[in-house]
Design a protein around this ligand. Structure first.
Ligand code: MN
Length: 217
């Protein structure tokens, strides 16, 4: 694992993203995080801590709780573990310029005895213990997708009590860390608010009201 690629792509004098320090090996739970990222395109960055770094996949449509739905996950460069705390604005013009939300955060537990081998084979099974995502999942590597150099995988929910037909990305669009929408994060961080807002679920044309006429939020 190395953060070389991660660092090459970024200018840490300009971007507030962490540079990453040397990996510390402490006996504790492994971090799991999903960052919703309104960059040139909206995507969800899925990250699993392993060997002192965050293994990372970019998922254009985000996770699905429906076991019959497979979501494309492009593997990207490892990120520093501290990246799992980052929510804010990457300046426009920088690599990944746009707004980043801590969409989900928690821990993960491998369901395989040998993670290295599972990564090599391209079939990693694991349990997520997040604020939004729970239960058993798999990342399965597929043959190349389009012209991309990045290895493509599929993120798939296993059938268990947490499987569902509901669209978690629409039903729970706010930060698991601060409760903010993308537009609020952009606004607080001096980012492009309109661009960020285009990644939030569209607001209804008129305010939805309950039976007592109270506005629903
Ligand atoms: Mn990203």
């Amino acid at each position: 694992m190395t953060l070389e690629k991660y660092r090459q792509k970024r200018d840490f004098r300009v971007s507030p993203e962490p540079r990453g320090t040397k990996a510390k090996s402490k006996a504790r739970s492994l971090l799991y995080v999903i960052q919703k990222h309104r960059a040139s395109r909206l995507h969800y960055d899925f990250r699993l801590e392993y060997n002192g770094a965050l293994l990372s996949w970019a998922i254009p449509k985000g996770p699905s709780l429906d076991p019959s739905v497979k979501r494309l996950a492009m593997q990207v460069e490892d990120h520093p573990v501290e990246y799992g705390n980052f929510e804010g604005v990457i300046p426009e013009g920088e690599y990944g310029g746009g707004t980043v939300m801590l969409w989900d955060r928690g821990t993960w537990v491998p369901e395989v005895s040998d993670v290295d081998q599972a990564l090599q084979t391209g079939d990693l099974k694991f349990t997520l213990k997040g604020k939004k995502l729970h239960g058993s999942w798999a990342l399965v590597r597929t043959r190349g997708f389009g012209s991309s150099k990045n290895p493509s995988w599929l993120l798939i929910k296993h059938r268990d009590q947490f499987a569902s037909k509901k669209d978690i990305t629409l039903e729970m669009p706010k930060s698991a860390s601060t409760g903010r929408l993308l537009k609020q994060i952009a606004s607080a961080g001096g980012g492009d608010v309109d661009k960020a807002a285009s990644g939030d679920p569209s607001t209804p044309a008129r305010p939805r009201k309950n039976k007592r006429g109270r506005r629903l939020t």
